[in-house]
Design a protein around this ligand. Structure first.
Ligand code: CDP
Length: 237
């Protein structure tokens, strides 16, 4: 069956904790069904990088919320497709894909994402990207705030240890110098900031399907998500 043309396009929202493997499963599903994939976390990361570069972050790990909110109209984020089905994030036209995955950006991104002015601007961009549906978007608040009417919502979780180990393997493979303790501390701290912020905190939407993928392999996870998509699509008029 051709999944793309069988039914009218829907919105797939995949939320969950940091390093839970959401992005990988979201990207693979999108490629398989011919939908556009948007990594909303990359948009927060690019904004955090902009703040770092423009002297809006302080040595104590806080961010100048007022200056960054005022700068939001100057921040343009795009995605450029790459061979192999991946994509690179562009910040005002510059490819910043590697830089936004650094530990320096990871350590400041959650405070940046807690700023209401940042969230409002990025939420509006994300909603406009999904106007025509046919999109898979992953993040923290996609099913709750960005697309509360998404036809399929998934919430992914796994133990902090499992997630930190996965992220460590990924970072070491990219040649980033780090260790398990540093990655675990970052994962736990981002979870805490994301769950406790005032504006659009990380929450499981009431109508989301919860997936604990702690003991699942990547192909098992892909199959599970495809099954959910097909089920949702089959229930559509
Ligand atoms: O890939 P990982 O799960 O480590 O994080 P990410 O998806 O790249 O997102 C980085 C950070 O952006 C998160 O820790 C959140 O603080 C923030 N974020 C958010 O607040 N809302 C979203 N929709 C997506 C990301």
């Amino acid at each position: 069956m051709n999944h793309t043309t069988a039914t009218s396009p829907i919105i797939v929202a995949i939320d969950g904790y940091s390093s839970s493997g959401k992005s990988t499963m979201a990207r693979r599903l999108a490629a398989e069904i011919g939908y556009r994939y948007i990594d909303s976390g990359a948009m927060y990361r690019a904004t955090a990088l902009y703040a770092m570069r423009h002297g809006m972050t302080r040595p104590d790990g806080t961010v100048d919320a007022r200056a960054l909110t005022a700068a939001m109209p100057q921040i343009h984020i795009d995605f450029r497709p790459e061979p192999g089905g991946t994509q690179h994030t562009l910040l005002n036209g510059e490819d910043v894909e590697d830089e936004i995955r650094s530990m320096a950006v990871s350590s400041i991104v959650s405070p940046v994402a807690a700023i209401p002015g940042v969230r409002h601007a990025l939420t509006a961009m994300q909603q406009s990207l999904g106007r025509d549906k046919g999109i898979v978007m992953d993040g923290r608040d996609i099913g709750t705030t960005v697309f509360p009417d998404a036809e399929l919502k998934v919430f992914v979780k796994a133990s902090a240890q499992t997630r930190a180990q996965r992220r460590l393997t990924e970072l070491l493979a990219k040649g980033v110098s780090t260790n398990f303790e540093e990655v675990l501390a970052n994962v736990v701290s981002r979870d805490h900031i994301d769950e406790t912020r005032e504006e659009s905190p990380l929450r499981c939407a009431a109508d989301a399907i919860v997936l604990d993928n702690s003991t699942m392999t990547a192909p098992e996870q892909d199959r599970w998500l495809m099954d959910q998509f097909l089920k949702t699509a089959a229930e559509r008029p």
